[in-house]
Design a protein around this ligand. Sequence first.
Ligand code: 5GP
Ligand code: MN
Length: 344
Amino acid sequence: RLVFLVYMFDIEAIGELLRHPHRILITTHQNPDADAMGSSLGLAGYLRQKGHSVLVITPTDYPQNLAWMPGNDEVLAFDEKQRTQVEALIAEADTIFCLDFSALDRIRDLGPMVRQARARKVMIDHHLEPENFADLAYWDTKAAATAQLIFKLIEQLGDGALIDADVAACLYAGLMTDTGSFRHSNTTPEVHRIAAALLERGIDVSQIHRLIFDGVSLDKLRLLGYILNEKLRVLPQYKFAYITLSVDELRRFRSRTGDTEGIVNYALSVEGVVAAAILIDRGEEIRLSFRSVGDFSVRDLVHTHFNGGGHKNAAGGRSRLSLADTEAKLLTILPEYQTELAGV
Ligand code: 5GP
Ligand code: MN
């Protein structure tokens, strides 16, 4: 198997670019998670202190449990009604930061707008699947989180002192969630050193954890109960477990953005299971979310069969087949991986 690591650090050029105040847009991937929002708002807070005019635009809305982050009031979540306004903002920006994604098909309708924009584009990311649309990059596929890269970039630009408690809270949220609360294999000594540095800025880690993980709606808990009782399928011969969710089921539990986040981890937590998936019918397409432990690469599986990517132990993709046909396809490809799964 081809294993390639990518890194690119255009620090001096990024510093040069930021020397004079100008109009900066920050965008991140669709259905933003805590790393997407945390790295975007952390960078925005820093750049505002440097005198830039900064706006964060997300391609879709994002879950309520991320709305506490400092700077949230200045986020514009794209929807069709603001198309003209957003097109103008993107066309007029001097610099566009693209955070936590590395291919423009991850930002939906914003993709073509960003591609055509005259702005200098800076990608800061830790995913594979490079598309080379950016002029500059701060990119490391070994980083646990984009928030980690934002922290390092600010420090390397000589501005570590500008990481105040607000910026630190945003970055900590991204670092904490992308490492699964500091338990995934991407939790390196550097991750803990950065977490420690963020704590020294006076953040309340217990409060951040509660804001993100507690305050779960009753609807979401009931959906989880239903899934665990009736929808979780375990295939011991493949050490694999998966869940499917139809449009109808999502409607029945009044599911909102983010309500299905993290549910795949319950499938992965089943005794003996080394890889897991959740297949969700989003109407226009089926979204697939994969997780694994150890050396089994769900990124390779998704990349080969489900039009997506991500990381070795966490990847996502999509399918244009029906939910039933996507499930059938998954079941036909599993034997291909049986030997590899057995070895984990
Ligand atoms: P999730 O399953 O939480 O949506 O995503 C897991 C990981 O895979 C994340 O790092 C996410 O950015 C990445 N990912 C999810 N969907 C896609 C996709 O369609 N394409 C690519 N390239 N990466 C994805
Ligand atoms: Mn991330």
